[in-house]
Design a protein around this ligand. Structure first.
Ligand code: GFB
Length: 321
């Protein structure tokens, strides 16, 4: 890949896609190809085939997906499995047929078995049952990884599958019903402060552990990988799977306290145990990425502060509109 390469960022408006766009632009990549959902519906096979046939990108990053937090995953498993299977099947196959040089597929740490040894190594994939709250999404993502492996094995199509840990950052989804925990808690603490409330409700027991990575670190990791020869990557990842994380996790209640400190309390946590906890722990083993020479840079406190500033700017702008 070089700065003139024609790069299709599928899903460029999402949390990951927009971070990729910022990173590529900052690094001087000028030939970025994007399509909004209105312009190209990636669940439509014919439209996707025609797009690839006409545009012939050299590199594809597949960051388009139906995503959401624990409640959305648990409530809408049909959409999570069907939309993700359609999007990735259409894009991977059309990219191969149009002669794309390289494709990077984005998965998620929830593809690994619920009761995995920790930290989770890439080779634990398909060694045990999945977490029920996000099984539909995980099965779709596992199918995407397997499709990338199959196209690499049978056709020699250069594919990579990147498994990020739980991500956060600017432009995240802050809707309380569909978001992940980190943006949800930013919003809950912010609103409690504005309304002069002390109590903030946390779903579940607060005891599950999660690893959080700023999305700009993921974007840098993707760029880093796309600039390495496939043979260097395969030397450490013969299955083409690379975990990307920070190597540390914390309990949800610790995360809540940290967000409370940043928003500025006093606050008191209450726990709604009618809501699911999900996986008890999912800390990624990031040795493969480290051995290639990459590690995350943004610390959680700094990343949270920046995300909270971004959220409050938008909240203020919306209030004025
Ligand atoms: O981030 P989250 O929705 O998803 O929830 P997962 C993480 C933990 O935070 C769970 C708790 O134990 C939640 O019960 N939690 C506490 C909350 N308060 C809240 C809240 O207000 N909102 C939310 N959303 N959670 C998702 C998967 O799992 O992770 C996806 O469903 C994907 O498939 C994503 O893999 C990265 O980490 O449990």
């Amino acid at each position: 890949m070089n700065r003139e390469s024609k790069i299709f960022v599928a899903g460029h408006r999402g949390l990951v896609g927009s971070a990729l766009m910022r990173e590529f632009q900052a690094e001087g990549y000028e030939n970025l190809l994007t399509r909004s959902r209105a312009e190209l519906d990636l669940t439509r096979q014919e439209a996707v085939e025609q797009f690839f046939h006409e545009q012939r990108p050299e590199v594809v990053i597949l960051a388009a997906a139906r995503v959401g937090g624990i409640l959305a995953n648990n409530t809408f498993p049909a959409e999570f499995i069907s939309e993700n299977l359609s999007i990735q099947t259409n894009v991977i196959d059309a990219a191969y047929r149009a002669g794309v040089g390289r494709l990077l597929f984005l998965g998620s740490s929830c593809i690994y078995p619920r009761q995995c040894p920790q930290p989770i190594k890439e080779e634990y994939l398909l060694t045990g049952p999945l977490e029920p709250t996000n099984e539909a999404y995980a099965i779709a993502k596992i199918a995407g990884i397997k499709m990338c492996q199959a196209y690499r094995k049978q056709y020699g199509f250069e594919t990579l599958s990147v498994m990020p840990t739980n991500l956060y950052g600017p432009g995240d989804n802050f809707d309380l019903n569909s978001s992940h925990v980190l943006p949800a808690l930013i919003r809950k603490f912010h609103e409690a402060k504005l309304q002069g409330r002390i109590r903030v409700e946390i779903w579940g027991t607060g005891k599950p552990r999660r690893e959080f990575m700023h999305v700009s670190d993921l974007a840098r990791a993707c760029l880093f990988l796309l600039n390495l020869p496939q043979s260097d990557i395969e030397a450490v990842a013969s299955d083409g799977i690379l975990n990307v994380g920070v190597g540390e996790d914390l309990e949800i209640r610790e995360l809540a306290r940290l967000i409370g400190e940043i928003v500025g309390g006093p606050f008191e946590l209450s726990f709604d145990t009618t809501k699911p906890d999900g996986t008890p722990r999912k800390l990624l083993d990031v040795s493969r990425m480290r051995s290639l020479g990459w590690s995350a840079q943004v610390g959680l406190r700094d990343g949270l502060k920046a995300t909270y500033e971004d959220f409050s700017r938008h909240a203020r702008a919306e209030a004025l509109a």
